[in-house]
Design a protein around this ligand. Structure first.
Ligand code: KG4
Ligand code: ZN
Length: 336
């Protein structure tokens, strides 16, 4: 028999995503982003994001069905991001998912956004060998996870104690006069600079935990900007970008590979918007090769927030025979 057709809905931040999968097969992945509406504020404005989700939800869902050549009535199960994320934004997706679940008489599963970022890799590289270590790096999260089973056994080994990695990129871009979101322009600027010209602090380096800290790094960049302005010197944007980027990816890749070695795990997944970073990809590949770890990084389109990742995790939850969520399913903005 065919695997169930799972529809996934994602609205935790500024992307309205709807995806359809069967097992590890990606059938469609439609995303409507409100990022342009937030750009002039330098960050996501929750109320603006919620309103954009309301407008985009139904059309995005119908586009996803069309692209997959499916009808609503073909859907066997629905999965939706229950958290973590922005309260109002999550509520739009969960309310829509409940309505479709009730109208279609199909089971609904509330799932964890962070685990969705890991599950999506299966759509590109096939079933994830278990256990695996996952490094999630985005505008909202920086977590290191030990994944024994996507549906039932994910343990957080570490987290950021202050800014998320992508948030650090966004803040540093702003200090350097580069546009929002800051990851891509800092990545580009860094290619023109030397990663060794300025050495920036490596937060929580060698502290024996799998936690991260990026606020000291951001402060160090701010000091450079202030000093240059005070002394009337040109700001060495490319060197700062390169030095900052090196400090971020050095700690991320080191701790991720250390976790693989400590837990005897052979596979590392890196996902989230920052996984698009060119230097992170190169350094992770180098260090994984040295350590005998197999690196899996989904293509950038799947690394950023989308509905297919939620459908991919939903398919795992269905396969694991977990009980569906009831229509009382609540959002949880700080779901661990
Ligand atoms: O996963 P994502 O699309 O949304 C969140 O869940 O946050 O990640 C967005 C983040 C932003 O902070 C953006 O600056 C960062 O990913 N980003 C990058 C790159 N492309 C996007 N950071 C570093 N280098 C990149 N090339
Ligand atoms: Zn995310």
């Amino acid at each position: 028999a065919d695997l169930p057709l799972v529809l996934g809905i994602e609205t935790s931040c500024d992307e309205t995503g709807v995806g359809l999968v069967r097992g590890c097969e990606l059938l469609s992945d439609e995303v409507a982003s409100s990022v342009d509406q937030h750009a002039r504020f330098g960050g996501v404005v929750p109320e603006v994001a919620s309103r954009a989700h309301l407008e985009a939800m139904t059309p995005t869902l119908h586009r996803a069905l069309d692209k997959a050549g499916a009808e609503l009535s073909d859907v066997d199960a629905l999965a939706v991001t229950a958290g973590p994320g922005l309260a109002g934004a999550l509520l739009v997706g969960v309310s829509a998912a409940k309505a479709y679940s009730m109208a279609l008489g199909k089971p609904l599963y509330g799932v964890n956004h962070l685990v969705g970022h890991v599950a999506v890799d299966q759509l590109e590289h096939g079933p994830l060998p278990k256990p695996a270590i996952a490094l999630l790096v985005s505008g909202g999260h920086t977590s290191l996870l030990l994944v024994r089973d996507l549906a039932t056994g994910v343990q957080q080994l570490g987290d950021t104690v202050d800014d998320a990695a992508g948030e650090a990129y966004d803040k540093v871009a702003r200090l350097l006069g580069l546009p929002y979101p800051g990851g891509p322009p800092v990545d580009t600027a860094a290619r023109e600079g030397s990663p060794r010209a300025i050495r920036f602090p490596r937060g929580k380096w060698g502290d024996g935990t799998y936690d991260f800290s990026f606020s000291g790094l951001k402060t160090a960049v701010a000091r450079w900007v202030e000093d240059s302005a005070r002394d009337g010197r040109d700001l060495p944007v490319a060197d700062i970008a390169a030095g900052f980027q090196e400090a971020v990816v050095d700690v991320l890749t080191r701790k991720a590979v250390d976790a693989c070695l400590e837990y005897g795990v052979e596979h590392l997944v890196i996902s989230g918007g920052v996984a698009a970073n060119s230097r992170l990809r190169t350094l992770a590949q180098e260090r994984c090769a040295e350590a005998g770890v197999v690196l899996r990084v989904p293509r950038p389109r799947l690394c950023t927030d989308n509905g297919a990742m939620i459908a991919a995790l939903g398919a795992e939850v269905v396969a694991a025979d977990l009980p569906p969520s009831s229509l009382k399913l609540a959002t949880d903005t700080s779901l661990p």
